[in-house]
Ligand binder design. Structure first.
Ligand code: GLU
Ligand code: ZN
Length: 492
């Protein structure tokens, strides 16, 4: 069988974790099987449609770095891939069902349906929804009303007294009493627009979709779709409902838990690799003990039996860990390129919005090696390295003084440290470490006591990125200037 699956978002909101997970699993499944992954825009709900959400979709996937094989932007043999460009098809197929007696015209006015709803609510009716009022209207009568100018909707005539069964690839055998399905849902609205159910089924069929991998919240729609396939005389695709994504409190993941849109994650400095890796593990497990996967590794390992029934819990801490891991894997140059906008925005290079000059750019890139191991987010970077670009204020004398020592001893230690700056500025980390240890021994002082005042003088703080790398980036002249400023304050 040719494997074809699809991501079929409705552009009524920003791309979020759940949507990305659906897209990713479809991508992985198709590619693990040598199949085709399709993007289809389900933009039939024109009241909630917004072109900005279509843009957001494209931008998000460009940023994430995985793509579909067929879709609105790149075409394919079964397009168009935008439902609003396929309206004539849906009308045609709704008519097919009407002609077969599997669907019917409903002339009920909104006022009648409102009244019905109110009455059902008042009576706490067991059966709610449409009361199948027009189900048995004779075709001749319908035709006459349409000829007289009425604009009916078309409803599906759900066969009553039956049970609809299908096998879900994750959840197993599902049986649904037809009476428990929304009564005779609308397929085509009075203005000729299709509803989700009609457009979705017609398109999955016409686009040759073999597998539907979608969020579990669509499960209640599936019996309805299975009925439609049967009434059309089509074979239905394999269904595969993906485990829900929950917050730590066991409730469906939402804004209350934290960021959910990919825009937010992106703005907070998450890397696409980290998001993809983490999202790929939401409801699936691949290899015991292995946590880091490239997209290619995921492709080669994905299969439907790796999916779990149980809901996945979204753990923001774990995502942060992934982000740190992927930051560490970047080269200094690559990380600097990603972090630069944050540095510019934070005003690292002379004020907010100012781009770095060549020297600053080189320092910025070199600084990545100092902080890579210590951050989980790109936005942490400017704050951690701003001391390299602007002289930090000299802290109070007490900040310089190592434990159990006094001010005059500290001044002496910083004087010793000053003499070490020149050799340190040209030594590698390992050489520098050996060298400064040797000097501390020679002077009969503790290594920590020698380094502390020097660190505070150069970085403005007792806790800082690595000292030797700092000296190399600042260079001899700037380092000595800072030490001398500090000495003046201490002596002051
Ligand atoms: N347009 C639906 C959505 O927004 C598609 C659901 C499906 O995959 O069938 O998720
Ligand atoms: Zn009706």
């Amino acid at each position: 069988m040719k494997i074809r699956d699809r991501y079929a978002p409705s552009p009524t909101g920003l791309q979020h974790i759940g949507g990305i997970r659906t897209a990713l699993f479809n991508y992985l499944f198709a590619h693990s099987q040598g199949g085709t992954f399709i993007l289809r825009l389900e933009d039939t709900d024109r009241t909630r449609f917004n072109e900005a959400f279509v843009q957001n979709l494209y931008e998000t996937f460009t940023w994430l770095g995985f793509r579909w094989d067929e879709g609105p932007d790149m075409g394919g043999s079964v397009g168009p891939y935008i439902q609003s460009e396929r309206f004539a098809l849906y009308q045609q197929y709704a008519q097919v069902l009407v002609d077969k007696g599997a669907a019917y015209y409903c002339f009920c006015s909104p006022a009648r349906l409102d009244a019905l709803r109110e009455e059902q609510a008042k009576n706490h009716a067991k059966e709610t929804g449409y009361d199948r009022h027009c189900r048995n209207c004779p075709p001749a009568e319908s035709a006459a009303r349409i000829a007289a100018g009425a604009a009916p909707v078309i409803r599906l005539k759900i066969p009553l007294g039956e049970t609809t069964c299908f096998t879900d690839q994750v959840l197993g055998d599902i049986a649904w009493k037809n009476e428990a399905i929304t009564p005779d849902p609308i397929l085509l609205k009075s203005d000729g627009f299709p509803t989700y159910h009609l457009a979705n089924v017609v398109d999955d069929h016409l686009m040759g979709i073999s597998h539907v991998l979608r969020a579990q919240e669509w499960l209640p729609s599936t019996p309805l779709h299975v009925i439609m396939y049967r009434l059309f005389g089509w074979e239905h695709p394999a269904f595969c409902h993906l485990p829900m994504v929950m917050g730590q409190d066991g409730k469906k993941l939402s804004k209350r838990h934290g960021a959910t849109s990919i825009d937010e994650f992106r703005g907070q400095g998450y890397l696409p690799e980290a998001l993809i890796n983490y999202v790929a593990l939401l409801g699936a497990s691949y290899e015991e003990g292995k946590e880091l996967y490239t997209l290619e590794e995921l492709c080669s390992r994905f299969s439907l039996d790796k999916l779990s029934k149980a809901p996945a819990i979204f753990d923001y801490k774990k995502l942060d860990w992934y982000n740190g891991q992927y930051i560490r894997m970047k080269t200094d140059a690559a990380l600097a390129a990603l972090a630069l906008p944050y540095g510019v925005e934070a005003g690292l290079f002379g004020g907010p919005g100012t781009e770095p000059n060549a020297g600053q750019q080189a320092d910025f890139t070199a600084a990545m090696a100092l902080i890579k191991e210590r951050i989980s987010f790109l936005h942490e970077i400017p704050n951690k390295i701003s001391y390299l670009f602007t002289d930090p204020p000299v802290p109070a004398a007490s900040e310089f003084i190592p434990k159990k020592l006094d001010l005059s001893q500290t001044i002496a230690l910083l004087g010793m440290g000053r003499d070490l700056v020149e050799p340190l500025a040209v030594l590698s980390d390992t050489q520098a470490e050996a060298f400064i240890k040797e000097q501390a021994e020679k002077e009969g002082v503790k290594l920590g006591d020698l380094m502390m005042p020097l660190r505070v003088a150069l970085t403005g703080a007792r806790v800082s990125p690595p000292l030797f790398g700092t000296i190399r980036i600042l260079g001899l002249a700037r380092s000595l200037e800072r030490v001398d400023r500090a000495l003046a304050v201490l002596r002051g």
